[in-house]
Design a protein around this ligand. Sequence first.
Ligand code: G3I
Length: 305
Amino acid sequence: ATTLGASAAQTGRYFGTAISAGKLGDSTYTTIANREFDMVTAENEMKLDATEPNQNQFNYTAGDRVANWATSNGKRLRGHTLAWHSQQPGWMQNMSGTALRNAMLNHVTQVATHYRGKIYAWDVVNEAFEDGGSGARRDSNLQRTGNDWIEAAFRAARAADPGAKLCYNDYNIDNPDHAKTKAVVAMVRDFKNRGVPIDCVGLQAHFNSGNPVPSNFQTTLSTFAGLGVDVQITELDIQGSGTDQANKYRLVTNACLAISRCNGITVWGVRDTDSWRPGDTPLLFDGNGNKKPAYTATLDALNAG
Ligand code: G3I
């Protein structure tokens, strides 16, 4: 096949992109996005600060623009994200204890209910583990409400939208030997053992010199899959250019293709100029919308898979 989405579909997978509502008027952007991808994640529009700017006053205007663009173009939708230490609205940043726990659960319930039936998978909880060698939970106002805040969020999400896959999503969990990866593995194993409703792990896969693509990335995917959850690559971008970058995209794509429970890959933006990393060129299309070597390597890998 000749597009990323159609090529991934040959093995029952998807190929997605982050979409920014503010760019839906840019026809170069929408032409590429519509042609190449069959899964959409709102880059910012479904986050806590966007959807609940004032407590109990929900605003779905921007989120719905992305959702409607996706569904009217025949694409599936990933929900991002219901509970996160970052991008909290001001009112939530200043909360703690039971009041925060209840506000978080209400947020999960309300947003998941609004999008019920439209979401392939939700990133229920995002980035709850610390970087470095400790393997500890990240300190945050949510974490300080009690270690069970993550499972409480998953239970609320399941009740609100029983049809969506419920994922834990994080970055720097790509290397199977790193403490952060092992800590997330342990949490997922514990959740499966105790019947906490978790269906998938999202590996953001933001790769750069500080977090290089591990040669044994596939081992990480198979380790998570072996726990009885699906895995998805949810925010892929890889610092670099040319053949070296293409080889890294090929490695990541082949790793997913080798694991039957790896359902698909989403890149975190369309063109290099759409990336959250200013000055970097981590995506599959250049600023003019031209296909890069990384695009061709990814497409060829999908077609060989
Ligand atoms: O829209 C406002 C604009 O009106 C204002 O003038 C400008 C001034 O700063 O800010 C604009 O909002 C920015 C928004 O992106 C849209 O461009 C926010 O400040 C900025 O914080 C926000 O950054 C986003 C970041 O998450 C926030 O945490 C990035 O776009 C987005 O790509 C990034 O995505 C995250 C995932 O959600 C989670 N994983 C990591 C990934 C990369 O950081």
